[in-house]
Design a protein around this ligand. Sequence first.
Ligand code: CMP
Length: 142
Amino acid sequence: MGREEMLQNVPIFSELGRRDLGRLAKLMVPRQVKSGEVIIKEGDQAAGFFVVSSGKLEAVKGPDSSNEQHLANYGPGDFFGEMALFEVFPRSATVRALEDSECLAMTRWDFMAEMKNHPEIAVGMLPVLVRRLRDASAHVAE
Ligand code: CMP
């Protein structure tokens, strides 16, 4: 599957048109992650966003404490690190690979530059971000 076609199946990009997807696809760089490797560390300054192209990863909170909390698993087509795209903020969780995986990475500054020139990208992404926030809130309330 081509990179652009893959991005079309990623929920956060599902509202975007072909041209926007093509431009974003060019900004994404493949990154290999070994089983057990941490790709995002809770508390670190956020700089990038990832889409899983193969393998399996998990998000956890408090991995260095005695009460590590599992938040989510990610497989092909899933995304994580999205909070970094819009704001410079410490990572809210740790994401590590459960098996050898490959992700496509996009930096915040590349994304910001693209969004300034093409604001419809942000408009297309917002409903999906809000949905994830709603799901996370429901999860907390359970
Ligand atoms: P970010 O804070 O940039 O880095 C850690 C990532 O873990 C975060 O973005 C989300 O992509 C992901 N994450 C954090 N909390 C949750 C959650 N409750 N459910 C699913 N994914 C989460």
